[in-house]
Design a binder for this molecule. Sequence first.
Ligand SMILES: [Zn+2]
Ligand SMILES: [Zn+2]
Length: 361
Amino acid sequence: MVWIKRGLLVGLGLIVLGFIGFNVFKKQIATAIFERAVDRNAGVDRSASLPDGLHVYMCGTGSPMPDATRAGPCMGILAGDRAFVFDVGSGGVRNLGSMGFPMARLDSVYLTHLHSDHLDGLGELLLMSWINGNRSEPTPVRGPRGTAEVVSGFNTAYRIDSTYRVAHHGPEIANPNGYGGIADEITLPAGPGGMQVVLEEGDLTITAIRVNHAPIEPAFGYRIDYKDRSISISGDTVYDAGFVAASRGVDIMLHEALNRDMVQTIGGVLGERGITNGEVIFHDILDYHTDPEEAAEAAQEADATELVYYHIVPQLPVKLMELVFLGESKSIFDGKITVGADGMLFSLPAGSDKIERADLL
Ligand SMILES: [Zn+2]
Ligand SMILES: [Zn+2]
């Protein structure tokens, strides 16, 4: 008994001493943690250790609805040593930075369509690309008709800021010729299923696919093939047979998803509470998105290996709610289903059929 009591006293004494020690030295401890973090991260290209292949950085899996855990739609793509960003919703650029996406070698940006939630981070992205990449030419932004007007607007909005950067850091660091974006509008064949290869270089092919997000027109999805690996990105669309056909055999189908029953429930409550605007909006958005179960059908028909949902509506603040969101999706699609979250990195090494996931945030 005496020994146990003595042991307890010694243990308690050590805890008290540890607590006092921590308080006395906490500034030194914090400084050491900071210096270690700087050493591990500053100037280190964390993507350099990834295997050759196709990599998807989920920088934004949310929608226009405010959501502290999900940035607006955004996907960083590495294909070999080429880096791209597909859509850039607000918050996406910060996630790319935190995830170690190699912004310094960003090749270009692709937009699916010109709804603001898909491009409201573009100004921030172009700034990061310019300064981190020490660019001497603007960053290409490719997308549907109207992209030039959007890019021109961002260039105007950030022009004054660019003069500050050049004046402060000098043209060697902030080359005025590399500031902003340069638009390249893609025109696809008219009608459902219209698609076209928009980049073909070496082992990499990017195909733009017309999708149905009426009345927003044109709206694109994309397919990216690198060596023997592939992904498709739906953009915003209803279930679209053309997108399904273009996605045949992909390793990962990234599909937008809006659960209609959940959205109708929200709209109904807003209506009961006399918030007519909200009720109408929650009704209107039902007709130009895809229910998770329909996206599961799309993945099944395309024979995709894995289905990853993004552009998730409504918000799912509690993980358990994913069960409601998914509905019967898992009985519709034979492959793996993942409810995408910000910070996920999917790696598809070339020459294998592996799909690896890391959670970087
Ligand atoms: Zn959207
Ligand atoms: Zn949209």
